[in-house]
Design a protein around this ligand. Sequence first.
Ligand SMILES: Nc1ncnc2c1ncn2[C@@H]1O[C@H](COP(=O)(O)O)[C@@H](OP(=O)(O)O)[C@H]1O
Ligand SMILES: [Mg+2]
Length: 279
Amino acid sequence: MTIRDDHAVAADLATEAGERLLRVRDRMGFGDPSALRAEGDRSSHVFLMESLARLRPSDSILSEEATREERLDPRRLSADRVWIVDPLDGTREFSERRAGPGSGGLRDQDGAEGSATTSPAEGRSDWAVHVALWERGRLAAGAVALPAQGRTLTTADPPKRPTYDGGRFRIAVSRTRPPEFVQKLAYLVGADLVPIGSAGAKISAVLTGEVEAYVHAGGQYEWDSAAPVAVALAAGAHASRIDGSELVYNQADPSLPDILVSLPELAASLLAGIRDLHR
Ligand SMILES: Nc1ncnc2c1ncn2[C@@H]1O[C@H](COP(=O)(O)O)[C@@H](OP(=O)(O)O)[C@H]1O
Ligand SMILES: [Mg+2]
């Protein structure tokens, strides 16, 4: 890879890391999910660290898979440029087989019959690789690779944002840790809940028209949202904390526990609904 602009670096690295993860999953299969998760996290982190060190040697890096000492490195807080990466977002889903027709139980988006997102190895497709660049106080570039969906969403060429024509809409939520207020919120605003794994896959689903919003609360970190929020903002979507305040990155404490991403037409009513439920 030659030195190119930051948007292209983010897109190329996320895409290549994703292709490597697909190969890891094909090679290891689903027999030992915890070993698959560990190898996915580790190998993708190593690839991204080595690549960024080579391509952008002066920049700092904040990665989910870094050690605690690396994350607390004070140089990151005075740096002008920090890459915020999640080598494998939706680690749980990466290690799961896709639910087949007739498998019973509660079906979520990735288990639905006729879904267009089947991965080659019959694994789930709601996991992602996040590569974002934070520069002097703002997200400057980002890419979200969705390897098992065969696409990368990127600030190099932001997706064309769907428009909202009114009526019932869909809110993506965590499959395993949805905020306790979302059922009431959905009722209040006239929406259906769609469980999807991975913050990157959920924010991408807003940008590709599978849902119209994503709401999360109760815990998350900067690397879970930096890259998909960079793409969402570049596409003209709404992205904020659930109280409407700005999402702020490259903080000493990388906790960023709640988020709302939506088509811009829906942001005001979602924020008002969340506010009402927290009164
Ligand atoms: N309550 C919580 N506390 C900490 N992290 C959380 C969380 N809820 C979700 N996350 C993180 O946000 C990402 C998306 O989660 P979900 O699929 O449940 O929506 C996951 O990232 P990783 O897969 O990178 O660990 C998950 O660990
Ligand atoms: Mg994550």
